[in-house]
Design a protein around this ligand. Structure first.
Ligand SMILES: Cc1ncc(COP(=O)(O)O)c(C=O)c1O
Length: 376
C-alpha cells in the first residue's frame, strides 16, 4: 500500500518509537514524585521542554505537554479567553480553522464572547486589511492557523503578528499542527505568541502534543486535578510521550529543507490538470505536502475507495456528511463551484514516500479517469 494520507496522520518514526519504549521501561516513575526515580523522570521531562523551546527559537518560553493538538487548542482558546476577559470579550479567528478551534470559539460565543471570523479568498488566504479592520480595543485573542489541513493554504503569520501588535493588545495564537516540520515555524521575533503542535502529524505518536508560549503569558486552567504542567494540564505527565515528541520535532526540522514534496506536487498538478472536469485546489503559495483535487458528479469517497482498491491510501478533504450532503467548511469558504463540492480528495505526502509512489499515483489516476469516461 502507498500511504498518501500524511495530513491525517503519519507513521511513527522507528527511533521515536524506540525512545518511547526505552523511556517507559527505564523512567516509569511519576515525574512529580520526590524520590530519585521521580527526579530522574522529571529531569528528562524538563530536558524535552528545553529541546522544544530551543527548536522553536524561544529558550525562555513555556511548554505545556498535552494529549494532542485538539487539547492544546482548547486550553489555549478557552484558557486565554477566560484569563483576559476583564480586558474585553472579542475574539478573531478564521473560517477555515480546525474544528478544535472552531468549536472552542463557538462554546465561548454561547457564554457571551463576540467572535469574528476572517473570510478567505479562493486561494484559502485571509486578508490582512480585514484583520486590521476587525481588531478592536477589546480584542483579547486572535487565532489564525498557519497551514490549512484540507487545502494547504499558508497564512501570512508574521504580517498578522505585526498588525495584531500594532493595532491591539490581543494575544496571537497559531495552530501550526500542519506546518511544523514543513514550513519554518518560530515562536520568537515577529511570530505568534502561542503555537500548538501535534506529535502524530510529524512521525510522532498519537495522543501527544503541546502548546508553547512566550514567557509570562499564562491562560486559565480548563481542567482540574493535581496541578501538573503549571496547573494547565492536570494529570500525571507521560515523560515518554514528551521525550518522543521532542525527538519527532528534532527529526522533522530537517524536513523543512526537503524540496521533493514541491516537485511531486507540481508534477501531479501538471499531470492532472489537462483531464476534463478536474479542479485542482492547490493555492499558488500552498504548503507543498498537501494537494487537493475535485471531481464532478462523483463523491470523494468513491475516488478514495477506487484508489484504495488499487493500492493507494488517500482521503476526502471535506467533512461531508452522508445525511445532509454538506461540503466541508473549508470547501465552502474557498467557494468551490457547486458541481465539485462533494468530489474532493486530498493527497498528502510524508517522509516515507518516494518518487515511485507518485508515478504509481499517476497510473491509478489515469485508470480512474478512464472509468469516469474523462479524457484529456
Ligand atoms: C490543523 C489541525 N489542528 C489540530 C488538529 C488536531 O490534532 P490532534 O489529532 O493531535 O488532536 C489537526 C488534526 O487533524 C489539524 O490538522
Amino acid at each position: 500500500m502507498i500511504y498518501f494520507d500524511n495530513s491525517a496522520s503519519t507513521p511513527p518514526d522507528e527511533s521515536v518509537l524506540g525512545s518511547f519504549i526505552e523511556v517507559n521501561k527505564r523512567y516509569y516513575a511519576n515525574p512529580s514524585s520526590l524520590h530519585i526515580a521521580g527526579k530522574e523522570a522529571e529531569a528528562l521531562l524538563e530536558k524535552s521542554r528545553e529541546q522544544v523551546l530551543s527548536i522553536l527559537g524561544a529558550p525562555d518560553g513555556e511548554v505545556i505537554f498535552t494529549s494532542g493538538g485538539t487539547e492544546a487548542n482548547n486550553i489555549t482558546i478557552i484558557g486565554y479567553a477566560q484569563a483576559l476577559q476583564s480586558r474585553g470579550n472579542h475574539i478573531i479567528t478564521t473560517k477555515i480553522e480546525h474544528p478544535s478551534v472552531l468549536h472552542a470559539v463557538e462554546s465561548l460565543a454561547k457564554k457571551g464572547f463576540q467572535i469574528d471570523y476572517l473570510s478567505v479568498d479562493e486561494q484559502g488566504v485571509i486578508s490582512l486589511n480585514e484583520l486590521q479592520d476587525l481588531l478592536r480595543k477589546d480584542t483579547i485573542l486572535v487565532s489564525i492557523m498557519h497551514v490549512n489541513n484540507e487545502i494547504g493554504s499558508i497564512q501570512p503569520i508574521s504580517e498578522c503578528a505585526q498588525i495584531i501588535k500594532e493595532y491591539s493588545r490581543a494575544i496571537f495564537h497559531s495552530d501550526v499542527v500542519q506546518s511544523f516540520g514543513k514550513v519554518p515555524v518560530l515562536l520568537n521575533g515577529d511570530g505568534p505568541d502561542i503555537v500548538t503542535i501535534s506529535a502524530h502529524k510529524i512521525n510522532g505518536l498519537k495522543g501527544s502534543g503541546l502548546l508553547a508560549m512566550r514567557k509570562g503569558l499564562t491562560p486559565v486552567a480548563i481542567n482540574f486535578g493535581g496541578g501538573q504542567e503549571k496547573g494547565l494540564r492536570s494529570g500525571t505527565v507521560s515523560v515518554a510521550d514528551a521525550v518522543a515528541l521532542a525527538k519527532a520535532m528534532r527529526m522533522s526540522e530537517t524536513n523543512v529543507q526537503r524540496n521533493e514534496f514541491s516537485q511531486w506536487r507540481d508534477r501531479l498538478v501538471n499531470f492532472m490538470k489537462p483531464f476534463d472536469d478536474v479542479l485542482i485546489l492547490v493555492p499558488e503559495k500552498g504548503a507543498s505536502h498537501i494537494l487537493s483535487v475535485a471531481f464532478t458528479k462523483i463523491k470523494g469517497e468513491v475516488a478514495v475507495n477506487y484508489f484504495q482498491d488499487n493500492g493507494i491510501i488517500i482521503s476526502t478533504s471535506s467533512a461531508c456528511s452522508s445525511k445532509n450532503r454538506n461540503a466541508g467548511h473549508v470547501i465552502e469558504a474557498i467557494k468551490v463551484p457547486e458541481k465539485y463540492k462533494n468530489g474532493v480528495i486530498r493527497v498528502s505526502f510524508g517522509k516515507n514516500n518516494v518518487e515511485q509512489h507518485v508515478e504509481e499515483f499517476e497510473h491509478v489516476f489515469t485508470g480512474f479517469m478512464k472509468l469516469l469516461g474523462k479524457g484529456k
